[in-house]
Design a protein around this ligand. Sequence first.
Ligand code: ADP
Ligand code: ZN
Length: 215
Amino acid sequence: MKIILLGAPGAGKGTVAKVLTELDGSVQISTGDILRGAVQAGTELGKKADAFMKAGDLVPDELIMDIMKSRLQEPDCKKGFLLDGFPRTIPQAEALKTLLSDLGLTLDMAVSLEVPCEEILNRLTTRRTCENSACQAIYNVRSSPTKIEGICDKCGSKVVQREDETEEAISRRLETYNEKTAPLIGYYKEEGLLMPVEATVTDEVVKAIQDRLKS
Ligand code: ADP
Ligand code: ZN
């Protein structure tokens, strides 16, 4: 499958993507994971992205397009891909359209994960992420805690609250989302690719996507 996952921070894009990759071998491409990996590794990209991310602001479109241009040409994308956290702005969506057409690829759909606003805030403040950049497993202190407090079930590294998950950065991220990313819903509707889905329960989202792909 070749899908874009749209949705506010905390809508569950990463969680849904992980389940979907297991179904058909498509790869999850998360620009947020790639950027956090680069910050930890201290690469040039990481140095450029760090301050934007800490503040809850978007990283400039040019940097993101450089990442995606090379990422989408890696061999593991041949089986399909789930774009998680990209595109995030109309210019990114337009650049993606050109990039895909240059690569001879067509999208199946853009799935918009819809979660009520109060639920989003709730999820973000209780979210915890594995600090190992090769793992980045996601937990929630209320709904899906680690077996041992503070330790990742999958890799044994420490599980922490992300630096951009302070109350201030969260509200900045939500503002940024409403202003820059929410317009993508209208964009993909016009493109005839939009599939809105109510996203309170992960399994239901996954089933709805599978059903749509079959039909
Ligand atoms: P979430 O979806 O939970 O907000 P992500 O892990 O997708 O978080 O992204 C974390 C941060 O990385 C964003 O706040 C932003 O600074 C940066 N980022 C990720 N993807 C993009 C993108 N496509 N365009 C610009 N900035 C991005
Ligand atoms: Zn881990």
